[in-house]
Ligand binder design. Structure first.
Ligand code: AMP
Ligand code: MG
Length: 404
């Protein structure tokens, strides 16, 4: 049995970023750029009005006042046809290019046009100086400038910028394809009301959602019976992907066939069993196909074990394949809201609730009944890390927790 840190290092050593591929910008959310992206335009492409109002020569104003002749109107999408001279104004809308000669834009609220002389505008705005309400060409982006360097995580903002600089496709670290396979004779699909001895497959949908949540492309293989021939064929399908996540069948039961069947298909075991609670029986191995690899995780079937092992181990592997360094669960240092007794040699990740107390957050372990108790987990926001060994923790003791 190895330590959590050793397991994480072994996984890290086996996972490397996938070969970059071009994908549609609209599909790129959450991926990492594998190229420098340059702007093909200036933004804004012209000196542009930032207000609806009048483009003027700032020096025409005396204490903010002037009566000017309106020479044309320019709305967004149009371009001015007349240069401004002293004594003139162009009625202009936000986003439109300012006419040659203009040095400021006065907002419409500071102007009046009398009904009987619609060709004249009276300005009254003492705040106007040269440059006011004009955004100069290329203030935001310059032609040729690298606007997004390789390695940038694509968030909605980056999708906006990519679109602004004319990209519809982009080179990224692709999403790993990940297969989920749940093993167990006792499992039925969630739509079925389970009979005696039978339980619903909660892990399949949960693990698929967890994988999707961290950017994998999920291929759900459903339920496999604890039968060599059936599992062999499903494992073969699973090995076509970058990651295969199995649940169940990795402990010491008579029908725990997964490690043997994986070995039969040349999946090399890297480790089996980690000193952790829940999740001790976790199995990890690698199938080397020559030109690519499949990382294989056999997660213990109890739902909380599956859930926690995914968040701790599989999540890190997916992050590495995606080229992301920020994919591990966040941690928080906090204080216990109540006394807590930890027993056992293995480090425990214990579900708990964060409670706001005045200006700090404290943490209260939930009434959790162990690795088969997924129900209580809906009340948890964090997993408190208790090191191995029997210990009584007092109220206010500092603990580390992983944020779910
Ligand atoms: P195993 O790891 O196969 O020994 O399973 C451990 C426990 O987890 C057993 O009580 C199983 O019934 C349960 N279990 C296994 N697979 C699932 C699943 N997909 N969904 C919910 N519970 C499961
Ligand atoms: Mg089983």
């Amino acid at each position: 049995m190895i330590l959590i840190e050793e397991a994480l290092q072994l996984i890290d050593a086996q996972a490397s970023p996938l070969a970059p591929t071009k994908i549609a910008v609209t599909q790129s959310l959450g991926t990492v750029l594998a190229e420098d992206v340059c702007s093909d335009i200036d933004s804004p492409p012209h000196d542009k009005a930032m207000m609806d109002g009048y483009a003027i020569l700032a020096e025409d104003l005396q204490q903010g006042k002037a009566q000017l002749k309106i020479i044309e109107e320019v709305t967004a999408g149009q371009v001015p046809t007349k240069a401004l001279s002293s004594g003139e104004a162009t009625r202009i809308m936000t986003g439109a290019p300012v006419p040659t000669g203009a040095t400021a834009v006065v907002m419409i609220e500071r102007t009046t046009v009398a009904d009987d002389s619609p060709e004249l505008v009276a300005i009254n705005d003492a705040s106007i100086v040269a440059g006011k309400n004009i955004m100069l060409q290329a203030t935001s982006l310059k032609t040729g400038q690298v606007v997004l360097p390789k390695g940038t995580l694509i968030r909605p903002i980056e999708i906006g910028i990519l679109s602004e600089v004319g990209r519809v496709e982009v080179l990224v670290q692709p999403r790993p394809s990940l297969a989920v396979l749940c093993t167990g004779n006792e499992l039925v699909s969630p739509e079925i009301k389970p009979g005696p001895g039978i339980i619903r497959n909660s892990n399949g949908p949960m693990l698929s959602a967890q994988a999707q949540n961290v950017g994998a492309e999920v291929h759900y293989l459903g339920i496999g019976r604890d039968d060599e021939a059936e599992l062999k064929s499903l494992i073969t399908q699973g090995l076509q992907h970058d990651v295969l996540v199995l649940s169940g069948g990795v402990s010491a039961g008579v029908l725990d066939l997964v490690p043997k069947l994986l070995a039969d298909q040349d999946v090399k075991q890297v480790f089996h069993k980690v000193s952790i609670k829940p999740g001790k029986p976790i199995w990890f191995g690698v199938k080397d196909h020559g030109d690519r690899k499949t990382l294989v995780f056999g997660l213990p079937g109890n739902p909380v074990s599956s859930m926690v092992c995914f968040e701790l181990f599989v999540r890190q592997a997916i992050g590495k394949l995606l080229g992301r360094s920020d994919q591990a669960l966040g941690t928080v240092k906090t204080r216990l809201a109540q006394e807590f007794t930890h027993r056992g040699n293995r480090p425990t990740l214990f579900p708990a609730k964060l409670i706001q107390q005045e200006d700090q957050k404290i943490v209260s372990p939930i009434n959790w009944k162990g690795s088969a108790d997924l129900g209580s987990l809906t009340n948890a926001d964090v997993l408190i890390y208790f090191p191995g060994g029997d210990h009584v923790y007092a109220v206010d003791d500092e603990v580390d927790a992983l944020i779910l």
